[in-house]
Ligand binder design. Structure first.
Ligand code: SF4
Ligand code: SF4
Ligand code: SF4
Length: 287
């Protein structure tokens, strides 16, 4: 091999090595970018999580995320129950979150607008949970020394009414949500109000009672408006919190809260350890 041929071969090897290096770099940048995208996707889904509706008996969300092993047994039980309106057992209330659902991936949830919870009396989705993420205690009552499952104890969320889009607030007679509710006249009642606009008609206003509503979403599913005017939200989002400073003195149950409330409302900081005179006069010269 001539000197020239040997040099040409060496430079070809260098070029092909450089190409390989550049290609590897490009691949790793691609993988990093993909990882970044996946991570961003994960964060986006995690941020959306508070809007999620969990199965009956679910423990509070932060515990749920630690306890749920994403086995899917609750969703399987929901799908395979005899009472599933989908006789082919292909669809069910509970589904496992997939990428793009905007929920923590692999965890069970339901969307009432697609398929609500039918409040099965035997609640097949709960006892199959192997970890207690779905807790039988939360959907049980004591009956003559026996503990029995009671779906009415479920608190999957709370139905709220958008007064602007609910046609009952326009004076149109509609009680679709009221009739769909399994706890009719308990979780949701109709309130009569005089229609001042016509002077001769009455409004029939749906009112949801937060202490009874299970969050099943059958009302949301039945709502006749284009986008439901009644919809279920997680309790944390649907409800405010009065705190311990206001107690209804006329309500014995509410008065009970006084015993659980700490009356010490002061904020402890590093500075609270000092006497005010120690730090208020700091740096002040009286000369
Ligand atoms: S109670 Fe609701 S979520 Fe559970 S199996 Fe029945 S329909 Fe499914
Ligand atoms: S059965 Fe329990 S652990 Fe399994 S996916 Fe459902 S909630 Fe999670
Ligand atoms: S979510 Fe709607 S249908 Fe279900 S219990 Fe509450 S008010 Fe009734």
């Amino acid at each position: 091999m001539s000197n020239h041929e040997s040099k040409t071969k060496k430079s070809k090897v260098k070029i092909s090595e450089r190409r390989r290096f550049i290609s590897l770099m490009a691949q790793s940048v691609g993988v990093t970018a993909l990882g970044g995208l996946m991570w961003t996707g994960y964060l986006e889904e995690a941020k959306a999580a508070p809007l999620i509706l969990r199965p009956p008996g679910a423990v509070p969300e932060s515990d749920f995320l630690n306890m749920c092993i994403k086995c899917g047994q609750c969703a399987e039980a929901c799908k395979n129950r005899d009472s599933n309106p989908d006789l082919t057992h292909q669809k069910s209330t509970l589904v496992m979150a997939r990428p793009g659902d905007g929920m923590p991936i692999g965890t069970p949830f339901f969307k009432p607008q697609d398929i609500p919870c039918y409040m099965c009396e035997d609640i097949p989705c709960v006892p199959v949970c192997p970890t207690g993420a779905l807790d039988e205690e939360l959907v049980s009552v004591m009956n003559e020394n026996n503990k029995e499952l009671d779906i009415n104890k479920a608190r999957m969320g709370l139905a709220v009414v958008d007064e602007e889009s609910c046609v009952a607030f326009w004076g149109i007679q509609c009680d679709a949500c009221h009739r769909a509710c399994p706890l009719l006249d308990e979780a949701i009642t109709l309130e009569y109000r005089r229609n001042e606009r016509t002077g001769k008609h009455a409004y029939l206003i749906p009112v949801v009672h937060s202490d009874i509503c299970t969050g099943c979403g059958l009302c949301e599913y039945a709502c006749i408006t284009k986008k439901p005017a009644i919809y279920v939200l997680p309790h944390k989002i649907a409800q405010g919190e009065v705190g311990g400073h206001y107690i209804k003195g006329w309500d014995k149950k509410d008065e009970q809260r006084l015993q659980d409330v700490s009356t010490d409302t002061s904020t402890r900081t590093e500075r609270s350890k000092l006497k005010p005179a120690d730090y208020l006069n700091e740096g002040i010269s009286y000369e």
